[in-house]
Design a protein. Structure first.
Length: 253
C-alpha cells in the first residue's frame, strides 16, 4: 500500500490498530486531516498516531471506546473534535487551535474525575463543550488565565455551578455568543460576569434551563441595561424573570 502522499485520512468503521497504525506509520507525516471513529484503538495506539502526524490541521476522534488517556500537543491543528469518549487523563497544548468541539466527554466508570494535566489554547475562537462532565470543562478553563480571542462558547447540558460559570465567563472578555442551554447552574453570578467582563461584546445569550432560569429579576435587568449590544436572549419563556418592556432591538424568548 503506497500511502506516502496521503493528505487526508478518514476511518469510520470498526477497524483495529492492526489496520490503522501501519497506514499512519507510512503516510502520517504528510497528513493534513485525520478523522477516526468507532475504531479499536488503545491509548498507546493513539499516542503513536498523534506523534507521527505532525502536520495535522484537522483532527477528529469519536467513539473510541478503549481510549482512556488523551494528550494532544500541536502547533498546526486549527480544528479539533473529540466526542463520546471515557477519559482518565486529558491535556491540550495548541497555540494554533481556532475551533474546538469537546462533547460527550465523561470519566471512566468508578473514577472521581478526569485529570486535566495541562490545557493551553490561547488563540481559540470557538469552544463547544456540550454534554460533558462539568468538572472536566471547569478544569480546562481554570488552567488558563484568559481566552482573549474567544468569540463563541457553547456549554449546554453541563453540571457546572453558577460560581464556576461566572469564573469561566470572566476569562472571556471578547465573548459575543454564549449558549448554555439546559444548564441549570446559571444564576446571578454568571449574569454579573457578563456585565463586568463582556458588556461591550456580548450579542447572543441562550440561558434556557431544564428547571427554568435560576437568576433574579434585578440581575436580569442589569444585564439587559448594561450589555448594549445584546440582540437575542433565550430564557425558555420564564415569565418570573421578564422586563415590562423589551428594549428596542432586543428579542427575548
Amino acid at each position: 500500500l503506497v500511502v506516502s502522499q496521503l493528505r487526508h485520512f478518514a476511518c469510520t468503521s470498526e477497524l483495529s490498530a492492526f489496520h490503522i497504525v501501519p497506514i499512519i506509520h507510512h503516510g502520517g507525516s504528510n497528513l493534513l486531516s485525520l478523522s477516526i471513529s468507532h475504531a479499536s484503538l488503545q491509548d498507546e495506539h493513539v499516542e503513536t498516531i498523534l506523534s507521527t502526524c505532525r502536520q495535522l490541521q484537522i483532527l477528529s476522534l469519536q467513539k473510541l471506546e478503549q481510549l482512556t488517556k488523551l494528550h494532544i500537543s500541536s502547533d498546526t491543528i486549527v480544528f479539533l473534535e473529540i466526542s463520546e469518549v471515557l477519559l482518565l487523563e486529558f491535556s491540550l497544548e495548541s497555540p494554533s487551535l481556532i475551533y474546538a468541539k469537546l462533547s460527550s466527554i465523561h470519566r471512566v466508570s468508578g473514577t472521581a474525575k478526569i485529570d486535566v494535566t495541562s490545557f493551553s489554547a490561547p488563540n481559540v475562537e470557538h469552544f463547544d463543550f456540550q454534554q460533558s462532565v462539568g468538572q472536566f470543562v471547569y478544569d480546562c478553563f481554570k488552567s488558563m488565565e484568559a481566552f482573549p480571542l474567544l468569540d463563541t462558547l457553547v456549554m449546554s447540558y453541563l453540571d457546572t455551578t453558577d460560581a464556576e460559570l461566572a469564573e469561566i465567563v470572566a476569562k472571556c472578555s471578547r465573548l459575543r455568543i454564549f449558549s448554555s442551554y439546559w444548564n441549570d447552574g446559571i444564576g446571578d453570578l454568571t449574569l454579573k460576569a457578563f456585565v463586568d467582563h463582556c458588556s461591550d461584546t456580548i450579542e447572543v445569550l441562550d440561558l434556557a434551563g431544564d428547571m427554568g432560569t435560576q437568576f433574579t429579576q434585578p440581575a436580569f435587568d442589569e444585564l439587559i441595561s448594561k450589555c448594549k449590544k445584546l440582540r437575542d436572549i433565550d430564557i425558555n419563556w420564564n415569565y418570573e424573570v421578564y422586563p415590562n418592556e423589551e428594549p428596542p432591538g432586543l428579542i427575548i424568548r
